[in-house]
Design a binder for this molecule. Structure first.
Ligand code: TPP
Length: 523
């Protein structure tokens, strides 16, 4: 009779979960034993990096991905990174090894005490099978819940379970399929088409889900068909629309008053694939401009339920886009792409705009950028010209430590796309060990480290909050070329624009790091 381990491996293989991002301990070894050759184990040297890589990989492939962590200590290390995976809606299936069953209650070393509570509230579902015979069903549930909720799940398995032999019922359970259909009904679609068709001055607000679910091109088709101006919802972790398109209006600022200010004059605000809204800095004001009505379409029931304003339709935004395209007459007008303005310059070091303009001019147009540079936001959007889907990834919860690892995960998930990580010198440290994985798995990523010697965004926030002179915001003396070389990644330091442009024009097969000295700017 097959063992729990054999059944689990077969199930994961059948579901295509054959890339495992992990960092093992003794509790996990029995699960990893006898892994079939079809599996690829990607070792990360810290669990935050493991989850960051898996998040990037899940976003790049649009598929669930298996993560293997070490009991409570390893899972705890991963939790900061997990906040990003929650808001990017990445279906990570996290498994952790538990002590053998007789040793859990007495809290032997490496027992994961109350394991199902550990990842709450971040995990959308967490479980520990009540007996070995329930491991296969629990594993299937962890995968299905991750897919259905589009949220990480957590499964703790006592390591003495893997060698137990099971009868044929387990195989029946693992052969199940679970599908999801979220087509809106006819009456809702008719009402929505009527609202959009009769609005005097409608506007489209798009969220990261549009890019994450493969709707980038369809969103462009809808905006062009109806000639709708397009904003990106606040705090974006993906880019859902080309940022130099003639209909693009920008990224909405992440404060209540500025959002309603930007949307003033629109009688209908149609929000697709975004929470309403992910504010950041608290700038009180009216949620909506006078006389406007907001309709949110999302497949996330939680995002619909917790919104403070507007009407929500829980449905697949893709189905709604197709219905509006089919039902409403074309108002298409010729719209040219808008050229980037000249890059700002700086005295002492390069202005971030010069760095971004250099990337734009030298890197292939379909490059996927993983960005974790926090004070350079407006410079980024002024200088980049991103016309492809999956061009932009940013830490979805704002938790640093995503950028470097996620760039590795994106490059592994989409080997057909060039990948560049654009990372601040502060942010880089939170996920720095991903350099080792990039080097050891020969992952082709260009890491550009913007070295301004400070936590720039915090300096800006200190001004906003009226708390100047706070400690802990400067980080002088870091040399990323030496750090990178220690992890096995070739690195160059540049200070001049010509140098930067000529280094960026070269290519390599594996990873490389370019440290650029930049001037501090405001977000
Ligand atoms: N710790 C985590 C895990 N996440 C955070 N967001 C912070 C701390 C707070 N934080 C936000 S931005 C920032 C810090 C520390 C500075 C990042 O500095 P850097 O990457 O150099 O970018 P810059 O702002 O200078 O452009």
């Amino acid at each position: 009779m097959p063992t729990v381990r054999q059944l689990a491996h077969e199930f994961l293989e059948r579901r295509g979960l054959t890339t495992i991002f992990g960092n093992p301990g003794s509790n996990e070894l029995p699960f990893l034993a006898d892994l079939p050759d079809s599996f690829r184990y990607v070792l990360g040297l810290h669990e935050g990096v493991v989850v960051g890589m898996a998040d990037g990989y899940a976003q790049a492939t649009g598929r669930p991905v298996l993560v293997n962590l070490h009991a409570a200590a390893g899972s705890g290390n991963a939790m900061g990174a997990l906040t990003n995976a929650v808001y990017s809606r990445s279906p990570l299936v996290i498994t952790a090894g538990q002590q053998v069953r007789p040793a859990i209650g007495l809290e032997a070393m490496l027992a994961n005490v109350e394991a199902t509570q550990l990842m709450r509230p971040l995990a959308g579902w967490s479980g520990e099978p009540s007996c070995a015979a329930d491991v296969p069903r629990s594993l299937a549930q962890a995968v299905f819940e991750a897919e259905l909720q589009r949220r990480p799940t957590y499964l703790s398995v006592p390591y003495d379970d893997w060698a137990v032999e099971l009868d044929t019922n387990a195989a029946v359970t693992l052969a199940r399929t679970v599908r999801r259909g979220l087509s809106p009904d006819e009456a809702h679609l008719r009402e929505l088409a009527e609202q959009v068709g009769t609005a005097r001055n409608p506007v489209l607000v798009l969220g990261g889900d549009i890019d994450a679910t493969g709707l980038f091109d369809r969103a462009v088709a809808l905006a062009e068909h109806l000639d709708l101006p397009v904003w990106v919802a606040p705090s974006p972790h993906r880019l859902p629309f080309p940022n130099r398109h003639g209909l693009f209006r920008g990224v909405l600022p992440a404060g209540i008053a500025p959002v309603s200010g930007r949307l003033a004059g629109h009688d209908l605000i149609l929000v697709l694939g975004a929470p309403v809204f992910r504010y950041h800095q608290h700038v009180p004001g009216p949620y909506l401009p006078e006389g406007s009505r907001l309709v949110q379409v999302t497949d996330d029931p939680g995002a619909a339920a917790r919104a403070p304003m507007g009407e929500a339709l829980v449905a697949d935004p893709g189905a709604v886009i197709e219905a509006l395209l089919a039902r409403l007459p074309s108002r298409r007008q010729a719209r040219d792409f808008v050229p980037n303005p000249p890059a700002e310059t700086a005295e002492a070091a390069l202005h971030p705009e010069q760095v971004f303009a250099a990337l734009r001019d030298t890197q292939p147009a379909d490059t996927s950028y993983v960005v974790e540079s926090t004070s350079t936001n407006s410079a980024w959007w002024r200088q980049m010209d991103l016309r492809h889907d999956s061009s932009y990834f940013f830490p979805a919860s704002g938790g640093l430590g995503f950028g470097l690892p996620a760039a590795v995960g994106v490059a592994m998930g989409r080997p057909d796309r060039p990948v560049a990580g654009v990372i601040g010198d502060g942010s880089a440290n939170y996920g720095i060990t991903a350099l080792w994985t990039a080097a050891n798995y020969a992952v082709p990523v260009t890491f550009v480290i913007l070295r301004n010697g400070t936590y720039g965004a915090l300096r800006w926030f200190a001004g906003l909050l009226g708390t100047p002179d706070v400690p802990g915001t400067d980080i002088p003396g870091l040399d990323f070329t030496r750090i990178a070389e220690g992890y096995g990644v070739p690195a160059t330091a540049v200070t001049e624009l010509d140098e930067l442009r000529s280094v960026l024009k070269t290519t390599t097969d594996g990873p490389r790091l370019i440290q650029v000295d930049t001037q501090l700017t405001t977000p």
